[in-house]
Design a protein around this ligand. Sequence first.
Ligand code: PGA
Length: 256
Amino acid sequence: MKNKIVIANFKMNPVSLKETQKIVRDIEKGISLIKKTEVVLCPPLVFFGSLKRKSKKIFYGAQNSFYEEKGAYTGEVSNNMLSDLGLKYVILGHSERRNGEIGVKEDDSLINKKVKSAFSFSLIPVLCIGEVERDESHQYLEYIKNQIEIGLNGISKNLIEKVIIAYEPVWAIGKNAVREATPEEFREIYVFIKKILSDKFGAKNIENLRIIYGGSVHPENCESFLRDGGADGFLVGRDSLNPKKFLQIINTVESL
Ligand code: PGA
């Protein structure tokens, strides 16, 4: 049985430790009755060590990492450092890092090195994938296939089902989103990803692998992604900074 998972990606928000602590505290207060759903918060890494973490029900993740263990890599943070701090997850290949929004462009082979490194230090990678646009000739399927095949190249069959794949179509992310995806669009990609993975790793080995949706997830639309899209959970950006909305999303996941 796989539990559903809800991951908060705070991105570079909020600007102070005090505000971050308040969001975490409010989420902690609201999740005492949650039993099945896995809840993961990815706050700005600089604040993580100073957070008063009271709830045992919340796991923590980083929003990025570097694949080398240590050395002359100014500004980077390694997976073993994250692991040493007590983090359990790491978001890798987010579109804001792939598409140059932060000044660099990460490609699939770099992301693959990070995924492998995360596993070698016992972190669970949350691999973000998703097309920039949906073209009518369905080129986007090839694009997604590459992201998965290269991103997960060399991962062993016994580790593959630990990976969390977050399908986040770029056109559905953030305040400039054209629109959110529909549950049917998500379902199509879900089946497509499962097929690619089962061809590569064997159907049995990916039975418990979770594929979650991200991109303008709100309390109002999350239920349909679960019911009609078959989502195994969510990666939430903006609404994760609003504890009330984030808790509504968690409660919806828990109730289904
Ligand atoms: P959003 O961001 O929920 O604000 O659209 C999602 C993400 O980028 O992970």
